[in-house]
Ligand binder design. Structure first.
Ligand code: FMN
Ligand code: SF4
Length: 491
């Protein structure tokens, strides 16, 4: 995984765990009202894809057990992984693009309610993404994928000084390119072709020559709206629209969105589709159902949005009636590492990916609470202009003290922890009961993220090999237990 240089290995922040009374007096375990629902505490588990759905996107027993395990720790809110709004095959990622997904999702909702004793509010993250193909072999790319045009022959002739390439038969041209070195290919292929060859083909929201991409402003609002309606039917407490990281809606918000059809260019135009989607969703589910959004406080990539754009978007989102704003950072394709042949580009391998899920191998600033200033800037701007929309922050948060300081400073209203909750799903309960010394603390070295990258069932290195002889522990094909061992809270 990429990390900023110079690489320093940061120790975990000291944890001065509170007594039960101190926890009760603190801010983190106080309730907060979102329009549509109330969270019993300001603790939150953000979306994490665990790779446990069927290949048809259906909820499995493993999915149910994964979320029930988080719910046992009674977070104020739990957000179900990025769930696809279309009815198209997308591997073992959850989907909500048709009515047939509702019963499985309802089973998940019931399991979370049961496991948390009704303490946890459950949201589902709704996502749309564009096509990303695996990196092809050189033979495959030049044998089949490249669409050969006269300009390729002309460029090859110019680069080699051999005029015969201008009129050479396609098969010969393909064979010559398949044998060419990288420097020659740099001169013959255009930027998108080089990307498709070196990283795998990837669609962009600016590919308006493709009908389905041009039509996104017409197709996405009803798709998101129908998905949100299904989420309500399944019994979720709300939805989180995924406008962050590498996916379609974040790409509309990106400064790199140069569409010329009124949905790109200036920030007023870039935010237009995200707002139209929001209005369609709201119309579909009404005002008593929570509709939040996750978006980027900074894209990190060159030419991407910065906090100035994000604060402006935040005000637009608050004005449009989002019930919470969850702030993330980075996680873009544009600066991702080259994948191996046969693998797909993964948006958490470059500098922007590092910022999204920072590790202990870091720069002087370190990974802990690293992204909180973005949420802080956004929250302050909202309050200045009169909106009290709750703001959620995440990124390297793993102690009660961190959460209390964030809330006391007014950097956020809700403090989320993804990896720390994966390391120990009971940690909120342990802290609340004054049993913080029992917390299994995340090492922030991203073994879990490595599994996600390989599309393997996500587990945590701190518990997936524990209790090897436990006959009740369900395991992956490679022998890892799928959920954290149970914790018996003392009475
Ligand atoms: C395995 C894994 C899967 C993730 N999947 C999602 C996702 O589906 N949607 C999302 O918005 N963020 C996703 N994230 C990012 C987290 O929600 C969170 O923003 C990030 O890990 C930083 O928070 P942390 O330091 O508390 O882990 C994922 C993170 C991990 C480790
Ligand atoms: S695998 Fe590592 S980074 Fe991931 S939750 Fe466990 S300890 Fe934390």
């Amino acid at each position: 995984m990429w990390h900023p240089t110079p690489a320093l290995r940061h120790p975990l922040p000291p944890a001065n765990w509170p007594t039960a009374e101190e926890a009760a007096r603190g801010r983190w375990f106080r309730p907060i009202a979102l329009a549509g629902t109330t969270l019993a505490t300001r603790t939150w588990v953000p979306a994490m894809v665990p790779w446990r759905a069927t290949d048809d996107g259906e909820v499995t027993d493993d999915v149910v057990e994964w979320y029930a395990r988080f719910a046992a720790g009674k977070p104020g809110a739990l957000v179900v992984e990025a769930t696809g709004i279309r009815d198209v095959p997308s591997g073992p990622l959850l989907r909500i693009g048709d009515e047939r997904f509702v019963p499985g999702l309802a089973r998940l909702v019931e399991a979370v309610q049961r496991a948390s004793g009704g303490a946890t509010r459950l949201f589902v993250q709704l996502i749309d993404f564009l096509a990303v193909k695996r990196r092809p072999s050189k033979e495959k790319y030049f044998g089949r994928h490249l669409v050969v045009e006269p300009r390729h022959g002309a460029a090859l002739a110019a680069a080699t000084g051999d005029e015969r390439w201008r009129t050479a038969p396609e098969a010969e041209l393909r064979a010559r390119l398949a044998a060419a070195d990288e420097a020659l290919l740099d001169r013959v292929l255009d930027e998108r072709e080089l990307e498709a060859y070196r990283f795998g083909y990837r669609e962009r929201v600016t590919d308006t020559h493709l009908d389905h991409v041009r039509e996104l402003p017409r197709t996405l609002p009803p798709l998101f709206a129908a998905a949100a309606r299904r989420a309500r039917a399944a019994g979720f407490d709300g939805v989180e629209l995924h406008y962050a990281h590498a996916y379609t809606m974040a790409s509309f918000l990106s400064r790199r969105n140069t569409r010329t059809d009124g949905y790109g260019g200036s920030r007023e135009r870039r935010v237009r589709l995200p707002l139209e989607v929001m209005r369609a969703v709201r119309k579909a589910v009404g005002s008593s159902f929570t509709v939040g959004v996750r978006f980027l406080g900074d894209e990190v990539i060159e030419g991407g949005i910065r906090i100035e754009d994000a604060t402006w978007y935040a005000v637009e989102f608050a004005r449009a009636g989002f019930d919470f704003l969850s702030i993330s950072k980075g996680g873009r394709f544009e600066d991702a590492k080259q994948p191996a042949v046969g693998a797909a580009v993964y948006p958490y391998t470059g500098p922007s990916g590092y910022e999204c899920m920072p590790t202990v191998l870091s720069d002087a600033k370190g990974p802990f609470s690293r992204n909180v200033p973005l949420a802080g800037a956004i929250r302050r701007r909202l309050r200045e202009v009169g909106y009290d929309t709750p703001v959620v922050t995440a990124g390297g948060i793993a102690t009660f003290d961190q959460a209390e300081q964030i809330l006391a400073r007014g950097d956020a209203d809700i403090v989320a922890a993804a990896r720390q909750s994966l390391a120990d799903p009971d940690w909120f309960e342990k802290v609340r009961r004054g049993l913080g010394v029992e917390v299994r603390r995340c090492h922030f070295t991203n073994y879990c993220e490595g599994l996600d990258q390989m599309h393997k069932q996500v587990t945590c290195k701190l518990w997936d090999r524990l209790d090897h002889d436990d006959p009740d522990a369900k395991r992956s094909a490679d022998g890892r237990r799928l959920v954290a061992p149970p914790w018996s809270a003392p009475h």
